[in-house]
Design a binder for this molecule. Sequence first.
Ligand code: TGC
Ligand code: FAD
Length: 392
Amino acid sequence: MNPQNYQAADYFQLDELFSEEHKIVRTSIRDWVNRAVKPIIEDYAERAIFPIHLIKELGSLGAFGPYLPEKYGCAGLDYTAYGIIMQELERGDSGIRSAASVQSSLVMYPIYTFGSEAQRLKYLPGLATGELIGCFGLTEPNHGSNPGGMESRLHDAGDHYVLNGAKMWITNAPVADVAVVWAKDESGIVRGVIVEKGMKGFSAPETHGKWSLRASSTGELVFDEVMIPKENILPHIKGLKGPMMCLNSARYGIAWGAVGAAMDCYDAALRYSLERKQFGKPIASFQLQQKKLAEALTEITKAQLLVWRLGVLQDQDKASPAQISMAKRNNVAMALNVARETRQILGAMGITNDFPMMRHMMNLESVITYEGTHDVHLLITGHEITGIGAFT
Ligand code: TGC
Ligand code: FAD
């Protein structure tokens, strides 16, 4: 389908609620997605290759750490603008949004929030332009939903630390220059360290065989007696709340991003249904197809309103982690459902790479799993409502 004909659903006139700056950001990312992502993404996804050449373009668009200060080479925008960027990128592909989420919320955010001024100045400008690629290591082979059980260890060896352990399912790991890694010290306290590519004993093998996020690079992080200079520890954070605060920012972006994937599916299905004829009429004239379209638009609209309000709260520093969990959970499940239902509107054509639904659908199976599974986010809401944790 010609991406230039894309019509973004805006049934409740949300446009009126966005500033001129938000609209300028949206137009620039949307145009770039039409020009640079849409024409190539099916091919990269089919070949399971990460289009790494897009990273520096994303940097020049200001898509990395957009809410961080200009002093560090970032755009100095608000969180609503960050959400809009994620929405437009995920209309292109969840893997492209993933790369930007990880770089922004999971690498630049902790370096900015928990790092020393020397660390900020060393890493943030390169990460902002895409000269450097970052990744975030929290999940381990034996600890996914329960990161507090992590086995990676950081040992103080006097003039340096020694890192041992392994991380798994790490977005960008095989292509990353820097990794923000979480490990426990001798007292069992979670600490964050910046590990650089090339450090002796550090490797990042790629994970193959994914049917989801095929245009994203995923891998392991393996640490075998890696010597970490003392200046690479993040000095201003101790405990699991460090990585969890990063996740709040990333989950916020995913809540917006998933809406973009759903909007793409809806737009493709609406256009197809008006052109495709059966029984002498456009299939859009059949009540059952209208039901699918009307329900998709209703759910997209509700999700758009949810993230718009979440953006306002986040910009006022009032969004709670549980509100972010609710939005991430609702919007990703919504997008997955919209991808499945709209694919059906296309009949057999819906399974091909001429249309985006199957790719979005497969991608969203990762999105509903990472950054906290669908079930874990429900438990976070349950905990918030009742005051009783039901994780164990
Ligand atoms: P719990 O005892 O509840 O908390 C431990 C400490 O952490 C604090 N905390 C938070 N702080 C800020 N924001 C949050 N969202 C927080 N959640 C917890 C908490 O206050 C406490 O602090 P303190 O000072 O009292 O010690 O922790 P728990 O061990 O019971 O676990 C709770 C649970 C299950 C909710 C949590 O661990 C969880 O969310 N699990 C899901 C794991 C997850 O989301 N992993 C994501 C890995 S990264 C990823 O997937 C990247 S994909 C990137 C891409 O490609 O886009
Ligand atoms: P498990 O924790 O083993 O869960 C399996 C099932 O059990 C799930 O259905 C879960 O909901 C359920 N379950 C677990 N605990 C409970 C409970 N208490 N109550 C009820 N049900 C429960 N991690 C990173 O650190 N960095 C990354 O960059 C990153 N990128 C990723 C990219 C991809 C493509 C994928 C797929 C994952 C990525 N992850 C990353 C890992 C991701 O965060 C984890 O997969 C996720 O947190 C779930 O952990 P798990 O896969 O080990 O599942």
